[in-house]
Design a protein around this ligand. Structure first.
Ligand SMILES: [Zn+2]
Length: 207
């Protein structure tokens, strides 16, 4: 089962290592506005979900420009935190996916497994159904996936595309890296019109 991995402390340490690499890459790029060095300015976080998380899960890696008069905030993409959601990205994906498919798991069962309450789980469903397909990120990314894979529903189809059953860390890494642009505020933006200039609401809904 997919979810056993989420109770494995070494999996969370593995994702932390990827986030540290993403952060180093962002820091090496320096400030996108003025080219100055970036200083650490991490955001405190209190993630919910698995127990025994590494200490470093108490903050999201982020930077602040050192330049006087700029001080721009630079937050690299993350494979751990999904925007401002208090649950970790992998938990949000997995719990949402387990509600889908031919044999959906009951909300009560998922609440017992992961501690997310009913309202939270429904909010995630709305995020994947209503928000995610309209993001600028997906409108670009779908060009890479849709010709090759059939996307039936989010996020289950994405999980199936990237993660082979069982202890597939590499698959999770690919999936979370693929989705990492939506972990920044800009990545979750919604385009007001589609490519033909039509309002997004009129776009074909295959989700
Ligand atoms: Zn700057």
């Amino acid at each position: 089962m997919y979810h056993e991995l989420l109770f494995d402390a070494t999996f969370w340490a593995f994702l932390l290592g990827i986030d540290q690499e993403l952060a180093e890459a962002a820091r090496a790029e320096k400030c996108p506005s003025c080219g100055c060095h970036l200083h650490h300015a991490n955001y405190p976080r209190k993630p919910r979900g698995p127990r025994n998380l590494p200490e470093e899960y108490r903050y999201r890696l982020s930077f602040c420009c050192a330049g006087d008069g700029c001080r721009k905030r630079v937050t690299p993409p993350s494979v751990r935190f999904l925007g401002r959601k208090v649950y970790l990205g992998a938990v949000v994906i997995l719990v949402s996916a387990m509600r889908q498919g031919p044999t959906p798991r009951r909300v009560r069962e998922l609440t017992e497994l992961f501690g997310a309450d009913r309202r939270t789980i429904y909010r995630w469903r709305d995020f994947w159904n209503e928000h995610f397909p309209k993001t600028t990120f997906w409108k670009v990314a779908r060009a890479r996936l849709v010709p090759v894979f059939e996307i039936v529903e989010f996020p289950r189809s994405l999980l199936e595309v990237f993660v082979r059953a069982g202890n597939d860390r590499d698959g999770w890494k690919k999936l979370l890296c693929f989705l990492s642009p939506i972990t920044t505020t800009k990545g979750l933006e919604i385009k007001v019109s589609d490519d033909r200039g039509q309002p997004a609401e009129d776009a074909p809904r295959r989700f």
